[in-house]
Write a protein of this length. Structure first.
Length: 88
């Protein structure tokens, strides 16, 4: 997908923003460059939301993190911290 992405210089993307949006809505992500370096990609909102769902689905749950904790009852280094003042 990255190779087929249309690349626009920032000034051209600003001047032809409707074309950039139309192409993104047509399913073709549009890469925008500044000084020759890619800086943003314009995608349709449905594609953005799909990518967000994939990202959150890949995040580990608290249960998975807890299950992955070592259970060998090994020793670990404790930090020497001074207790903080608490107002009661």
């Amino acid at each position: 997908m990255a190779d087929a992405t249309q690349a626009w210089q920032l000034q051209d993307a600003k001047n032809r923003f409707s074309a950039v949006v139309d192409a993104a809505l047509g399913g073709e992500p549009q890469r925008v460059t500044r000084r020759g370096q890619p800086v943003v990609v314009v995608v349709a909102v449905d594609e953005f939301e799909r990518l967000c769902r994939l990202d959150s689905a890949a995040a580990p749950t608290l249960g998975r993190l807890l299950a992955a904790m070592p259970t060998d009852d090994g020793e670990f280094e404790r930090l020497e911290l001074a207790p903080r003042d608490a107002e009661l």
